[in-house]
Ligand binder design. Structure first.
Ligand code: C2E
Ligand code: CA
Ligand code: CA
Length: 504
């Protein structure tokens, strides 16, 4: 591999593992010698260590690519050349997205083999383009691609493509994707910032699910700083009780009685006002905060349900359960404890679980569903129609309710496809004895169509927006006694509350 690469202009050297250990050794040697005849001996031992370090840096058993330090030198050299009027270049930061799954499934030797193959594929693909390649961390590579931005983009696209092809491990196959960030010199930053900016672009791709490339954009830095700040504040908010639950009623399509109230999280931020869960739930999921938040939601929703029951409001309370929570060992135990504490029958408590999470066919998900079934809680499959569930898979779940995704309700009036899908969902759900809830009902025309299709329950701004618990009690009590004569009027809440709530 080394000979072929030298011929093609690729610069090979060693991956930098072992460097840190050696530096530590140098420091230790220095400490021992401090007491003695310092100058002479220190110099001698440092020289020895340096020689060892050089040997390590120059040859790599694994990929044969440049080490990080060698790469930094090569980058300095390229920058100087460009500054003197030489060719421009792009820096590509390549990160394998899921090497750990290979390590877990096939062992570390297989992981090493994949790294070797990945390096070889990139080398073959970029052959003859005077690319400088380096493995700068465990599963991260950096490439210097001479030429304009377009050349850099084409190289990035090509690398994403060649690494997406299956890797053979003995007689099995593994599929990987990679995230590539691109920073062009001098367009996307000076020498000190270039590698960091390519890294930022790579992280942006990874955060979006990986398997692609992105060019650096100054807004990426802002977005990441804002995200870090928001995360910091969310942690504090969890501790300081700044989270609240709003509730949105579901009503029976025929009697218009409130059947349930869905708890929806709100974050009352001291400066930014109310922040939508669509913004902070994904953040909480990515950074492991959703466990603590989810536990609080379960406890608080049960407490509220008990308070309402005392006041004569006997509807079900529904909470949204994230995929992370479903994989928690003690989810059902927590729910049961909260129900017992507040003396709520399990059948009066609904767990809304999205179709995509419910269909994850893992052992852990199945176990969680079995436990929910045994606990006797009411399970609702949320956002239905967006995943790819089969009838058979649906039958295995202990679900009692299915919520048609808002997207279909929204398109009912304009799209024949949406109508056909909604009709098919209702028929399928009824054949499985599931109740069907249509969510996001905003207009009377949508309501009429959904009733005609046979939906059992309706939920949406037409009836009421999510509101604080006290407002919901008021809304429920103020309903006229003979509801049927005043069907589907907008909620009192909607008419009387400030617009602040409207956007949520
Ligand atoms: P979801 O469970 O699908 O909740 C329905 C969302 O649609 C809510 O947004 C609700 O306010 C909004 N909505 C209801 N009716 C209408 C309507 O007629 N028109 C329109 N345009 N929107 C309507 P929200 O409250 O912003 O919540 C967004 C998502 O955040 C929820 O979607 C749910 O996935 C998640 N979420 C909220 N609370 C929690 C929670 O406690 N735990 C977890 N894991 N996720 C939560
Ligand atoms: Ca929901
Ligand atoms: Ca939903």
């Amino acid at each position: 591999m080394g000979a072929a690469a030298a011929g093609s202009g690729l610069v090979w050297a060693l991956a930098g593992f072992g460097t840190i250990a050696l530096l530590a050794a140098v420091a230790a040697v220095w400490l021992v010698l401090r007491e003695r005849d310092r100058a002479a001996r220190l110099e001698q031992s440092l020289r020895q260590a340096e020689t060892q370090l050089d040997a390590l840096v120059l040859r790599d058993g694994l990929t044969g690519l440049l080490s990080r330090s060698e790469f930094e030198l090569a980058l300095d050299e390229m920058v100087q050349r460009t500054d003197r009027g030489g060719v421009r270049f792009s820096l590509l930061y390549v990160d394998l997205d899921n090497l750990s799954t290979v390590n877990d499934a096939f062992g570390h030797e297989a992981g090493d083999a994949v790294l070797r193959q990945a390096a070889l594929r990139m080398a073959n693909y970029l052959h003859g383009r005077s690319v400088i390649a380096s493995r700068i961390a465990a599963d991260e590579f950096a490439l210097i691609v001479p030429g304009d931005r377009d050349a850099g983009q084409r190289a990035a696209e090509g690398v994403v493509g060649v690494l997406a092809k299956p890797f053979r491990i003995n007689d099995r196959e593994a599929r990987l994707t990679c995230s590539v960030g691109l920073a062009a010199y001098p367009l996307h930053g000076s020498r000190p910032r270039l590698l960091g900016n390519a890294l930022l672009a790579m992280r942006t791709v990874k955060n979006a699910g990986g398997g692609g490339f992105a060019e650096y954009d100054p807004r990426m830095g802002v977005a990441q700083r804002e995200e870090a700040e928001l995360l910091h504040e969310l942690r504090a908010a969890v501790e300081r009780d700044q989270l609240e639950l709003y509730y949105q009623p579901k009503v029976d399509a025929k009697s218009l009685q409130i059947t349930a109230a869905e708890a929806l999280l709100r974050w009352r931020h001291p400066k930014r006002g109310i922040i939508s869960p669509a913004l902070f739930i994904p953040l909480a999921e990515r950074f492991g905060l959703i466990g603590a938040i989810g536990d609080w939601v379960i406890a608080e929703a049960c407490r509220q349900a008990a308070e309402w029951r005392e006041a004569g409001l006997r509807m079900r309370v529904a909470v949204n359960i994230s995929g992370y929570q479903l994989r928690q060992d003690d989810l059902v135990a927590r729910i049961e404890a909260a129900l017992v504490l507040n003396r709520i029958p399990p059948s009066r408590f609904t767990c809304e679980i999205t179709e995509s999470v419910a269909m994850e066919d893992t052992r852990v998900t199945q176990q969680a569903f079995d436990r929910l079934r045994r606990a006797g809680v009411h399970v609702s499959i949320d956002d239905f129609g967006t995943g790819h569930s089969s009838l058979a898979a649906l039958r295995r779940l202990p679900a009692a309710e299915l919520k048609i995704d808002r997207a279909f309700v929204c398109d009912l009036e304009t799209s024949g496809d949406a109508r056909s899908i909604a009709r098919a969902i209702v028929q399928m759900a009824h054949s499985l004895d599931l109740r069907v809830v249509a969510e996001g009902v905003e207009s009377e025309a949508q309501r009429d169509q959904l009733v005609a299709l046979g939906c059992d329950e309706l939920q949406g701004f037409l009836f009421a927006k999510p509101m604080p618990a006290e407002a919901l009690a008021l809304w429920a009590h103020n309903e006229p006694p003979d509801r049927a004569s005043v069907p589907f009027r907008p909620s009192l809440f909607q008419e009387t509350q400030p617009a602040e709530f409207g956007a949520l």
